[in-house]
Design a protein around this ligand. Structure first.
Ligand SMILES: NC(=O)c1ccc[n+]([C@@H]2O[C@H](COP(=O)([O-])OP(=O)(O)OC[C@H]3O[C@@H](n4cnc5c(N)ncnc54)[C@H](OP(=O)(O)O)[C@@H]3O)[C@@H](O)[C@H]2O)c1
Length: 310
């Protein structure tokens, strides 16, 4: 058996390289043509029902405005009711025919059931679920004293999305709907101080990749991989005092949300924003050690342990 594996270890990469040489050109051409076709015939979301979690600020807030401009009916979910009210008012002014706000905490499974049920009871159906709510909590792993202090990262960023999807799927299936999962570049880049956040986002990417295979054409899944986007999450002092982001050009939440809605309407499988951040995938595949070094730049001039900051 060992001999077979040793033989395959030599033959398989060679065969694959040869096959790729023949397969890649027509495959890339097909992808380009499909992209052009989908760009000219995107889904029209006017009147459709879109539920957005984490809609009270940042990317989620601007997703609400972008869907509103396209005439979608909106269910907006987050914990801060007052902020949701302001986003709902602006969404109506921008063109949404109906907006429902549902204050809820996605880290609580019972809340996830309630917000999906409320949206479907009110609108009668669900077309897009945008799973966007998340929190970030930074620390070098060596400085963590209680792992349980970080459970909320997983329960919001991963389990919150899983529970929402679980209750939404029967409704999305009826309408051949879509899930737009907002992951992060941290899901594949080893960003220091982000160990729990990165783990939750990596789990999220894998989870939705499996669902995409399981659902086939029944429910479309767009996995969004934002890079640095200027929102409260990264502009707050607790983040900027721990992480060096000065060397990375970021993007506005408004621009990012525009691209996300366009991508969802095209039915893309993945979207990376800004697009040039996709290059980091190549580093990951071809020279991961170099990517590790690039990620260390985030610590330049910043405290390397909690002890130094206190
Ligand atoms: N900004 C970036 O550079 C960046 C990069 C990569 C990925 N992302 C991802 O983009 C998404 C949006 O983040 P953002 O940058 O727009 O940050 P943000 O402005 O902090 O927005 C986060 C949203 O999630 C909501 N939220 C947090 N915990 C929640 C909970 N337990 N239940 C319900 N809602 C909750 C917040 O509302 P309440 O506080 O009112 O509940 C808020 O509306 C997240 O998935 C984030 O991981 C952001």
């Amino acid at each position: 058996m060992d001999f077979i594996h040793q033989l395959l270890s030599i033959i398989f990469p060679l065969l694959t390289t040869l096959l790729l040489l023949f397969f890649l050109p027509p495959y890339l051409l097909f992808k380009l043509l499909s992209y052009i076709f989908r760009s000219f015939c995107p889904e029209n979301v006017a009147g459709k029902v879109v539920l957005i979690t984490g809609a009270s600020s940042g990317i989620g807030e601007h997703l609400a405005y972008e869907y509103a401009r396209k005439g979608a009916r909106l269910a907006l979910v987050a914990r801060r009711e007052d902020r949701l009210g302001e986003v709902a008012d602006k969404s109506r002014r921008l063109g949404s025919p109906d907006v429902l706000i549902i204050p809820a905490d996605v880290s609580k499974p019972e809340h996830c059931k309630v917000f999906i049920d409320k949206a479907v009871d009110y609108f009668g159906c669900l077309d897009h679920l945008v799973s966007n709510a998340a929190v970030v909590q930074l620390s070098m792993f060596q400085d963590v004293t209680q792992i349980s202090d970080f459970h909320r990262v997983m329960s919001t960023n991963f389990w919150g999305s899983v529970h929402g999807a679980h209750f939404a799927v029967p409704h999305l299936r009826k309408n051949k709907g879509k899930i737009i999962a907002i992951a992060s570049i941290a899901g594949f880049m080893p960003l220091p101080k982000h160990c729990f956040y990165s783990a939750a986002k990596a789990a999220l990417i894998s989870f939705y990749e499996v669902l995409r295979v399981e659902f086939g054409s029944e429910i479309g899944i767009t996995i969004v991989i934002p890079g640095l986007i200027y929102t409260d999450m990264v502009l707050q002092h607790a983040y900027s005092s721990e992480i060096q982001t000065g060397f990375l050009p970021g993007q506005s939440a408004e621009r990012c949300a525009k691209s996300i809605v366009a991508s969802a309407c095209r039915g893309d499988t993945y979207l990376t924003q800004p697009a040039w951040y996709r290059t980091f995938w190549m580093f990951k595949m071809l020279c991961p050690e170099l990517l590790d070094s690039i990620c260390l730049l985030l610590l330049i001039g910043k405290p390397r342990s909690a002890k130094k900051t206190s």
